[in-house]
Design a protein around this ligand. Structure first.
Ligand SMILES: [Zn+2]
Length: 387
């Protein structure tokens, strides 16, 4: 037994743990690159300003919010995380906050699907895409898609459709990937429908497809005289699956968000940016020519957009508290777990860790060898208690 501090339970590392640690290390590397790119951008456009005031991600998990930086471990999984640091809460700009928020949102979506079936709904997953080329800016595509969604869901025929299929609400997840044909914004929606017996599924799909085509033509995403694009559009632009499970939906989201280690394992060829492309956080790791500018374009275009949209009143209906992204990101304790403090670092110790890019490695040490291992790491980084 170690005389001081708490010692983490040590157990042989499973392959899953190993992979989770690799991914976390990659996210911290990504966050360090984001910090540098954001700094460089502010230097170029407005050097008098403090980068952390312009982009909160610049300071995320780097700047202290209290004197000591705590290392905490979660009760069930023994996963370590920091407390007492600034967090940015951006799903778009920050690979770490995105992962923390996503973990919490997954629990909410699972709850929604369970609630839906228990309440007699048939949840359907509806995926919308729109044509795009390498010359389209993301901001332009996003504005046109927002316009197309407004058009999709207004007017008498939509209201009638809603009534006929008992449409009572939706959750929309907005995803962006980047590939051969440039930016590819798309959405995965869960529709809550009740009473499909009055409406055949083929008719339902046909209606949504036709309506989406009209909406895209009106918003400038699809040209009415481009027959080849229209033919592709007819096949790919709308995908509907009835009676989905939560894992169907989450897997679809994951497919758009895969980047880094898992991405590499899942498909070597996907790395080469096929038609579906890569998640923008991949820019932070692969760092190809132009990726820095693409990352900035992405975060500027998506700033303020909500990644997950719930139709009005739905959260309350399901019994889910409305927790904003920045609040969700500020506490890394996984859903349904509690964390305990393993130990705390002085400002000097933390300066050393962040300067030497050891943020991920320190968490790993805490998980494997408890606070003793954290101290050993700090000594090996050159920290001395006698200075
Ligand atoms: Zn962040």
């Amino acid at each position: 037994m170690a005389p001081l501090g708490n010692t983490a339970k040590s157990s042989p590392t499973s392959e899953i743990q190993e992979r989770a640690r690799l991914k976390r290390a990659e996210r911290y590397e990504g966050l360090a690159v984001a910090r540098y790119w954001l700094y460089r951008h502010v230097q170029r456009v407005d050097p008098a300003r403090n980068p952390g005031d312009v982009y909160r991600t610049h300071d995320c998990r780097y700047v202290r919010r209290q004197r000591q930086v705590e290392v905490k471990v979660s009760s069930e999984t023994n996963v370590a995380h920091y407390a007492g640091l600034a967090t940015c809460g951006s799903v778009w700009a920050c690979p770490i906050c995105a992962a923390v928020i996503q973990q919490k949102r997954r629990a909410e979506l699972t709850k929604l699907i369970q609630w839906a079936y228990a309440s007699g709904y048939v949840p359907a997953m509806v995926t919308f895409t729109a044509p795009h080329t390498a010359f389209d800016s993301l901001a332009d595509l996003k504005a046109k898609m927002t316009d197309a969604f407004t058009r999709l869901r207004r007017g008498n025929s939509w209201d009638l459709f809603r009534k006929r299929c008992g449409f009572d609400g939706l959750v929309r997840s907005t995803e962006v990937t980047y590939g051969q044909n440039g930016w590819h914004p798309h959405t995965h929606e869960i529709w809550l429908i009740k009473g499909m017996s009055q409406f055949d599924q083929a008719g339902f799909v046909q209606f949504v497809k036709e309506r989406w085509a009209k909406a895209c033509m009106a918003s400038g995403l699809l040209k009415s005289d481009d027959m080849i694009k229209r033919w592709h559009f007819g096949i790919h632009a709308v995908d509907v699956r009835f009676g989905i499970t939560d894992s169907d939906y989450l897997a679809k989201q994951d497919a758009s968000r895969a980047w880094g280690v898992d991405h590499e394992m899942a498909s070597q060829s996907a790395k080469k940016a096929g038609p579906k492309g890569v998640h923008p956080h991949e820019f932070l790791i692969r760092r190809e020519k132009g990726d820095g500018a693409r990352f900035m374009e992405y975060i500027h275009a998506m700033k303020g957009a909500s990644q997950l949209f719930w139709s009005r009143g739905l959260k309350a209906w399901v019994g889910i508290d409305d927790v904003a992204d920045d609040e969700a990101a500020s506490d890394e304790t996984p859903p349904d777990e509690v964390s305990r403090v393993l130990g705390a670092m002085s400002p000097e110790q933390w300066s050393l860790v962040r300067k030497l890019h050891k943020r991920a490695q320190l968490l790993e040490a805490a998980e494997i060898g408890g606070w003793d291992a954290v101290l050993s790491l700090l000594y090996s980084l050159g920290w001395s208690p006698y200075e």
